[in-house]
Design a protein around this ligand. Structure first.
Ligand code: FES
Length: 514
């Protein structure tokens, strides 16, 4: 594992290769004027928030970005940074649930996201390792091959350039492979820093370490409370995955964690894949190469599971075992995980919140395609705020009603939430002394008749918290890899001191005095 001196913080304990690039928010913007009035406030300085902010500021709006940590603190700092025009929701699924026209629109929105990134990189001379590559998807058995043929045909019908391929760019045996042209990759935090620089140059303001605790809709304006101060704006954008509070999106999006390894290979001469490669296993694996510190790094990801459900350390172990089947690995340089949300009907929710007074916007449910949907969110939301018709507005509308698409997923996910709400309240192990707890370990225990989330740090100090998530009352689970308390219901996450590191909760876990 790397042990860099200074890294950009992230919402977890593991380190991604991107974190050696430190947020470029300039000191001057950490102090802002007394007036504190803006036209648009954007919450979250990841790719979604910063793309939205830059496009709006460029169009003449006065924008403020509020970030709870540092820029890229959330999923943007932990992405594997694939740029694709095919998505985790496949074109056959989209065509079947939403129709061919919608599938074409999704394909076009992917291409548009790709060109937005390219044009911002060019216009603002962002040095972010942007490269275009082929993308390969391959099957390993007859059943997968049947599905792959459907993906090939439906992708073509949607207007995506894809052909059958003779290889899969990996030493993994395959049955059939297809190749998508003009896919891409970049360094996400270098890109984010480029967006920040351009945004600030245009007069935009970014405030980091500024956790938003509340917003109030007041007449035609909004008051946003963060870091003990109030800021005012006409429009508000939640670029935080989940909007805060218990909303419809808590029930329409399921939180997942994805695992990634950064590996150096023994064979330095060229065993690294040249493209972006994906298998079709459930959960799937993906591969790409990125030059980090002057040497190629094999990035292998997968073993995704619902947040708070499986053992993260086991997921890392499975991923490493899988990679070692095909590669001679010299060292595991990085291992990290991050969170994303799967929408029940497969498509993201982007745009104006119908429940607001028409001035609050959200972008969530990006599945595993956050770089693309985060970018297109910036375009859709900035167009809507500027009063410009956006052709994807209806397709991705948060208020869309598709009772058939995703209905069974909706039922399954919410049954799972209900189950956790009840079942996790039983079966906590009795503990009468904390000497049984290992250093770095967290557990839900019953102590003197009270259920507690207890954690012992590396110095042996025990912290006790209420395990009741402050969002909607589910019990949190300990994530040993990230040293966090993760909620299995809607993906709220807390650090070991109980502080919120990932919404939708806004309040920290309650401290219990032992
Ligand atoms: Fe909803 Fe915890 S995130 S109950």
């Amino acid at each position: 594992m790397k042990n860099s001196k200074e890294i950009n913080p992230r919402d977890g304990n593991t380190e991604s290769p991107w974190q050696s690039v430190i947020s470029s928010v300039s000191d001057a913007t950490r102090v802002i004027a007394e007036t504190d009035a803006f036209e648009v406030i954007i919450i979250g300085a990841g790719i979604t928030g910063l793309t939205t902010a830059l496009l709006l500021q460029k169009a003449g709006k006065k924008c403020l970005v509020l970030e709870a940590g540092k820029a890229g603190f959330g999923t943007t700092g932990g992405t594997s940074a694939h740029l694709n025009t095919f998505f985790d929701a496949t074109y056959p699924e989209i065509e079947s649930d939403f129709g061919l026209h919608a599938a074409k629109e999704v394909a076009d929105s992917g291409k548009e996201a790709m060109s937005i990134i390219a044009s911002l990189v060019k216009e603002y001379e962002i040095d972010c390792d942007l490269e275009y590559k082929d993308g390969y998807l391959f099957s390993e058995n007859k059943k997968e091959t049947g599905q792959l043929r459907e993906i090939l045909e439906a992708s073509r019908r949607a207007g995506i350039a894809v052909t059958e391929a003779e290889n899969n760019d990996l030493p993994v045996p395959f049955d059939m492979a297809i190749r998508f042209s003009h896919q891409g990759q970049f360094h996400p935090l270098k890109y984010v820093n480029g967006l920040i620089a351009a945004f600030q140059e245009l007069g935009g303001t970014v405030l980091e370490d500024c956790f938003v605790t509340e917003h109030k809709e007041v007449d035609n304006s909004l008051e946003v409370v963060a870091g003990g101060r109030s800021f005012y704006a006409e429009q508000l954008v939640y670029a935080t995955h989940m909007p805060p509070g218990i909303t419809a999106f808590s029930f329409r999006c399921a939180p997942y964690r994805s695992y990634v390894l950064g590996l150096r290979l023994k064979d330095k001469s060229g065993n690294y894949p040249t493209g972006l490669v994906y298998d079709m296993q459930e959960p799937y694996h993906y591969f790409r190469t990125h030059v980090v510190d002057g040497e190629p790094l094999l990035i292998v990801g997968g073993e995704d599971h619902k947040t708070g459900h499986d053992d993260p350390e086991q997921a890392f172990a499975n991923l490493e075992k899988y990679a070692r089947q095909y590669y001679q690995i010299e060292s595991v340089e990085y291992r990290w995980s991050s969170q994303y949300y799967i929408p029940v009907d497969g498509l993201p929710y982007i745009g104006r919140l119908a429940a607001s007074k028409r001035n609050i916007y959200i972008a969530t449910g990006f599945n595993g395609n956050g770089m693309m949907f985060g970018t297109i969110s910036g375009k859709v939301i900035s167009d809507q705020i500027l009063g410009v018709e956006n052709r994807y507005g209806d397709l991705y509308a948060p208020s869309r009603l598709k009772p058939v698409a995703g209905f069974s997923e909706f039922v399954k996910e919410n049954a799972d939430v209900a189950w956790h709400f009840v079942a996790d309240r039983f079966g906590a192990e009795d503990m009468d002394k904390f000497s049984e707890l290992k250093k770095g370990e967290g557990k839900i225990v019953e102590f003197k008749g009270e259920q507690l989330a207890v954690y012992k740090d590396q110095q042996g100090k025990v912290t006790a918290l209420s395990p009741v998530c402050t969002h909607a009352g589910c019990f949190v689970n300990f994530n040993a890899a990230e040293q966090s308390w993760d909620c299995p219901c809607h993906g709220g996450r807390f650090d070991t001191s109980g502080k919120v590191i990932c919404g939708p909760p806004r309040k920290d876990l309650r401290w219990v005095d032992l």
